[in-house]
Design a protein around this ligand. Sequence first.
Ligand code: ADP
Ligand code: 5GP
Length: 188
Amino acid sequence: MARVFVITGPSGVGKGTLIRGLMERQPSLELSVSATTRDPRPGERDGVDYHFLTREDFDCRVREGEFVEHADYAGRSYGTLRSELEQRVREGVPVVLEIEVQGARQVRAAMPEAVQVFIAPPSLAALRTRLIGRGTDDATEVERRLGVAEGELAAQPEFRHVVVNDRLDEALARLSEIVAAELGEVAP
Ligand code: ADP
Ligand code: 5GP
């Protein structure tokens, strides 16, 4: 039975929003808290939104083999710590990873049984509007993320499940269906 769910797709597409909705519908799911070298945004809490690490600490943990996957994204490093996954996988607790595409590929290689869902925007223009509307990134950072997004969108055919996040309620229903089917349940 699939117990690891990888939700990937470009920044600003709505991964975080969809995952929040998914976890309300499927309370048995637990979220893997990623590590990053980027600075916390206002309101983000260490250990809750991310494990915020210094560059030295992150690189040291890479050398020690503490990551299941890690990648550089827009000039920062991000990664999934083994400690976020191992016990849950052992205990059969379903866990959700919200990661970018390079990391998703590494998880595919290491854990082919993990279920991977690519969240796609209805258009690049909509992605831009969402990134700007979120208000967390300045104009330079928005452009940088959109530049990365073009390459990420080209990776869509690698994924068995693609959910277009056009209308949020429809995308959430589709994502919930995929997860429920993999957990052997009917979507709530
Ligand atoms: P990600 O986690 O993929 O970077 P977010 O979940 O932060 O993306 O969403 C980016 C922005 O887009 C947020 O302001 C969110 O409210 C908005 N958003 C998410 N889904 C939709 C949607 N279907 N239609 C319009 N706006 C959306
Ligand atoms: P943000 O800075 O917006 O929080 O995240 C930037 C990108 O990094 C997003 O696409 C997000 O999904 C991705 N990301 C977050 N955590 C991880 C992780 O642990 N590993 C990888 N590979 N990407 C991550």
